[in-house]
Design a protein around this ligand. Structure first.
Ligand code: ADP
Length: 444
């Protein structure tokens, strides 16, 4: 017990003893000790009840009362209650100020923030930016159903994904020239945060970058064709001194032409969200073409093996799939030293959960790739060894093209590699891309 409370306690005890002693003394004088003591004790009880009433009134009062004065145990209790009341109010004030500061910070954000109840999907709170970006009005839309209120946006199915949902890019319901990126962040068991960001400028810059690359590549094509044409006309036999220079010039102009072609392919793939024309791609002839190309590139330096086990076809773009697969085959040949083996396999996809899925795997017994390069290997111009890539005539764009083509087919690329032992690049296709191969073709 703190010393102040202890003093008050002893003082009250002393007062009680004094009152009883005085009552006993008076009782002795009038020869009525016990009745006198009883009256005094009753008086003490009444007085204590009176003070108890005072304490109850203070507790029940909502407004702040003046600090109590006095020295007894009741005054001390009153003082402690007054102090805790004061501290609670001060804490409340601090919390309200913090809450206001957080709300002001959230309101000042350029992104629209909406707090949504997870079960009812009703709006509980939204920041000011939700008005210009999504058209929500305060206080009218507090409590409204989010999906109904933002009706033109495809929110219902998207939100059904809950925790795992990917950001949704969609035009603003108020102004279709504004593109919004919506993210759903579950931040407690019952509450979701919907964040809408204006990404129009970002998309515009991305488009400008794509257009720039496509235009530059397109503009370079004609002068390169001319240079290439003239170089072809120069006969090294007529100028023996120039022979090595001519050969190098031809090699470099070939490389530049390939680079321009790859950049154009990439920007064409990037600019489309889906494949313009899809068809059944006959995998029998496709695999034989890949083997032929591998043999042509290898010129007998490697063993090329074809493993066409499943006798099915794919559904998609023949041209794009051929470009992706032949990039993988060309890499396998280029990054495998002479004497190595390249295997082109078309198999059931055992690794994926999709029992109908298939995989086109290109394996080699070549140099392999150190594991820390794998996460970035499909970025454009990312090379494990720049000199090896250049020497072998690589542009650094092959795997970026493969990734884009597979994305357009809702397929994915997986890479397994071990330095010095070789690599396997696998294209995993879902069952919806698989078609039964016609009997005539299967036996061909
Ligand atoms: P490049 O035109 O340089 O081959 P790619 O995008 O096709 O560009 O490949 C990127 C890099 O990945 C290559 O530079 C090479 O270092 C590495 N790579 C790709 N395929 C293989 C492979 N089969 N074996 C070893 N390394 C590979």
């Amino acid at each position: 017990m703190p010393s102040r409370a202890r003093t008050a306690w002893f003082r009250t005890l002393g007062q009680l003893a004094l009152i009883l002693a005085v009552a006993a003394l008076l009782g002795m004088l009038v020869d009525q000790v016990w009745p006198m003591l009883a009256v005094a004790a009753l008086g003490v009880v009444v007085w204590h009840h009176w003070r108890l009433r005072g304490v109850l009134l203070r507790l029940a009062a909502r407004q702040r009362l003046a600090a109590p004065s006095g020295t007894g145990v009741w005054s001390e209790l009153d003082r402690l209650l007054h102090r805790s009341q004061y501290e609670t109010q001060a804490r409340q004030r601090r919390l309200i100020e913090m809450l206001r500061a957080y709300r002001a910070a959230a309101a000042a954000l350029p992104d629209a923030i909406i707090v949504v109840d997870r079960d009812s999907q009703r709006v509980l709170w939204f920041s000011e930016a939700a008005t210009p970006l999504l058209g929500l009005r305060y206080p009218h839309d507090i409590g409204a159903s989010l999906v109904q209120r933002l009706q033109p946006l495809p929110l219902a199915r998207w939100m059904a994904g809950g925790r795992t949902v990917e950001p949704l890019e969609t035009p603003s319901p108020l102004n279709t020239s504004i593109t919004l990126s919506l993210r759903l962040i579950p931040y407690s068991e019952h509450l979701w945060l919907l964040v809408a960001r204006d990404v129009s400028r970002l998309l515009q810059l991305e488009q400008m970058r794509r257009d720039f690359v496509a235009n530059v590549s397109h503009e370079l094509r004609t002068p390169l064709t001319v240079v290439h044409g003239y170089l072809d006309m120069l006969d090294a036999a007529e100028h023996p001194d120039w022979a090595p220079i001519l050969a190098e010039m031809q090699r470099q102009s070939q490389r530049m032409t390939q680079l321009v072609e790859d950049l154009l392919t990439l920007s064409r793939l990037e600019s489309q969200d889906s494949l313009p024309a899809e068809e059944t791609v006959s995998m029998g002839p496709m695999l034989h073409t890949l083997r032929r190309e591998a043999n042509a590139l290898s010129q007998g330096r490697h063993e090329i093996v074809l493993d066409d086990r499943i006798q099915v076809d794919l559904f998609g773009s023949n041209k794009e799939l051929h470009s992706a697969f032949s990039n993988l085959v060309s890499n396998a040949v280029r990054y495998t030293p002479a004497g190595g083996t390249v295997t082109i396999g078309f198999l059931q996809d055992e690794a994926s959960g999709d029992r109908e899925g298939v995989v086109l795997a290109v394996s080699d017994s070549g140099y392999g790739i150190p594991p820390h390069h794998l996460p970035r290997i499909t970025e454009r111009f990312y090379r494990v060894s720049t000199s090896r890539s250049r020497e072998s005539g690589g542009t650094g764009l092959g795997l970026a093209i493969v990734k884009h083509v597979l994305n357009l087919h809702q397929a994915r690329l997986s890479i397994a590699s071990e330095v010095g032992r070789g690599s396997t690049f696998s294209c995993h296709f879902g069952g919806e891309r698989v078609r039964r191969r016609e009997a005539a073709e299967a036996t061909a």
